[in-house]
Design a binder for this molecule. Structure first.
Ligand code: GDP
Ligand code: MN
Length: 384
């Protein structure tokens, strides 16, 4: 689970990391009052679980409380990369002398953690990493040894950060360990003109395997069980899918992907990418999927306007392909299909499943016999 910036800020504060004074509001009028309390001039920041808010216009300075109300109204009306803004954080502005990037991230391949740090923080760390990788230090951190003062000094030196950032690096590691995080990131960590080190932005991803220990972040809306209402702060489609017990993830491309089982879905994403298209989203209907689950899944995927073509890739094990085909037919009867659907059914009852789709003979539904063939066709349909 990702935390919002304001939640990350609270966490950081609890671990003794200096952060600007701030308040979170969900209404422009409250923004005005909060700005008054914070001293008038504030930075108004969209609270969305996606990066690049600054570039998208979601981070703006307001000169006084009236401007804060106006700017908050503007930002609260925004949608940043498909994330509607429901709350803004108002932060006391600081005079920045230098911006740094620091993070700890789980390096699954190496079986360890990695400190990533750069003296060139700010909004474009991805670009720095791509164009000048030497400006980004990557230092393995042994999870058992952790980050001592000496280790922090080593990381700071490797990245060209001033030595006074080392204390923050130690505390940030304590956040990671203490909160079961897989990622903690501060971009920018700044040195103010007054020589103070401040975390100006924060991203924290908690390990969902430790969710039973994360009660205080349990936003019922972020993880809707069957009895919960969907989260207004999540991607609406992600909440709609979660409410139906489906795992749906929104991505940036044009091919909608439905599969059964995480492994198959992940490899389907790779195969789509290998065919020169980009997945728009993916939905895992899980093992043992029923016709209803398939119909629900298609409904969710087709609600995404970015989807230009849908690839259904099912390998029947416990899941029976005829049930999946029935679900597709049910969905076709319920929705007016406007985008092509490429279906590959294999495994348990595949022949029956294919026959059901053949019999339905929908002009926008095609079948493929192999995963590569299906991905190639879906990519072609989505990008033509
Ligand atoms: P992001 O674009 O989603 O990463 O949002 P950030 O919170 O990192 O803000 C983007 C940029 O806005 C930062 O890199 C800073 O340059 C700038 N910024 C944010 N807060 C302040 C502030 O209090 N004072 C000043 N001068 N700039 C700020
Ligand atoms: Mn940032």
């Amino acid at each position: 689970m990702d935390l919002y910036e304001y939640q990350a800020r609270e966490l950081f504060k609890g671990y003794g990391i200096a952060v600007p004074d701030a308040a979170v509001v969900d209404h422009p009028k409250e923004a005005r009052r909060a700005a008054e309390r914070l001293g008038g001039r504030v930075v108004v920041k969209a609270q969305v679980k996606t990066g690049g808010r600054g570039k998208a216009g979601g981070v703006k300075v307001a000169a006084d409380p009236a401007a804060a109300e106006f700017t908050a109204r503007q930002i609260l009306a925004m949608d940043i990369k498909g994330h509607p803004v429901h709350r803004v954080m108002l932060a006391q502005p600081v005079d920045i002398q230098a911006e740094f990037y620091v993070s700890y991230v789980l390096d699954r391949a190496a079986g360890t953690f990695l400190a990533i740090a750069s003296a060139e923080g700010g909004m474009d760390i991805e670009e720095v990493a791509a164009t000048r990788p030497e400006a980004v230090a990557r230092i393995p951190v042994d999870p058992a040894a952790g980050v001592s003062a000496a280790k922090a000094a080593e990381i700071a030196a490797a990245a060209g950060l001033p030595p006074e950032t080392a204390d923050t690096l130690v505390r940030l590691w304590q956040v990671l360990v203490g909160e079961d995080a897989l990622l903690v990131e501060v971009n920018p960590l700044v040195r103010t003109t007054g020589q103070q080190i401040l975390a100006l932005d924060g991203k924290v991803t908690l390990d969902d395997n430790a969710r039973f220990r994360q009660a205080r972040w349990a936003d019922p809306t972020d993880d809707p069980g069957p009895a919960h209402h969907p989260d207004p702060h999540l991607d609406p489609l992600e909440s709609a899918a979660a409410a139906r017990g489906l795992t749906y993830v929104k991505l940036d491309g044009e091919v909608g992907v439905i599969g059964n089982g995480a492994g198959l879905v992940m490899s389907t994403l790779d195969v789509v990418a290998g065919q020169g298209a980009r997945p728009a989203n993916f939905l895992d209907i899980g093992g043992g999927a029923s016709a209803q689950v398939m119909a629900d899944g298609l409904d969710v995927i087709l609600s995404d306007p970015e989807v230009k073509a849908v690839l259904v890739n099912v390998f029947g094990g416990i899941t029976a392909c005829d049930a999946v085909a029935e679900g597709i037919v049910r969905a076709l009867d319920a929705v007016h299909l406007t985008r092509p659907l490429v279906v590959r059914l294999d495994g348990n009852n595949a022949a029956r499943g294919r026959a059901i789709l053949d019999a339905r003979a929908h002009p926008l539904v095609e079948q493929a016999t192999t995963m590569d063939g299906a991905a190639a066709r879906a990519a072609e349909l989505a990008t033509r």
